[in-house]
Write a new protein. Structure first.
Length: 116
């Protein structure tokens, strides 16, 4: 089970941090990521972090503004979002991929709204 923190309403150029707590036996067996779905659009990739946090990847639209991180001792992944823009308004979803079977899991989503 993946449970995201509450999103919220933030002004443009502001910051917000999302977290996602995973109820799994061995969190370090999962690559973790964030996706988002803006109103009227398909869900899109935002960022991913490897099991040991040794590698991270970002979509071009958030690169340099968002940072994904994880704390394997707390079974939690984070998404620090800086310099937010109205186009970042979306429902943000936490994603987990079990490295051995490829099974994937989704959080319930959390709304982030950026006002201009």
């Amino acid at each position: 089970q993946l449970v995201e923190s509450e999103g919220g309403l933030v002004q443009a150029v502001g910051s917000l941090r999302l977290s996602c707590a995973a109820s799994v036996r061995t969190f370090s067996n999962y690559a973790m990521g964030w996706f988002r779905r803006a109103p009227g659009k398909e869900r899109e990739f935002v960022a991913v972090i490897s099991r040991s946090a040794g590698a991270t990847y970002y979509s071009d639209s958030v690169k340099g503004r968002f940072t994904i991180s994880r704390d394997n001792a707390k079974n939690t992944v984070y998404l620090q979002m800086n310099s937010l823009k109205p186009v970042d308004t979306a429902v943000y979803y936490c994603h987990a991929r079990f490295s051995y079977s490829g099974a994937t899991y989704w959080g319930q989503g959390t709304q982030v709204t950026v006002s201009s």
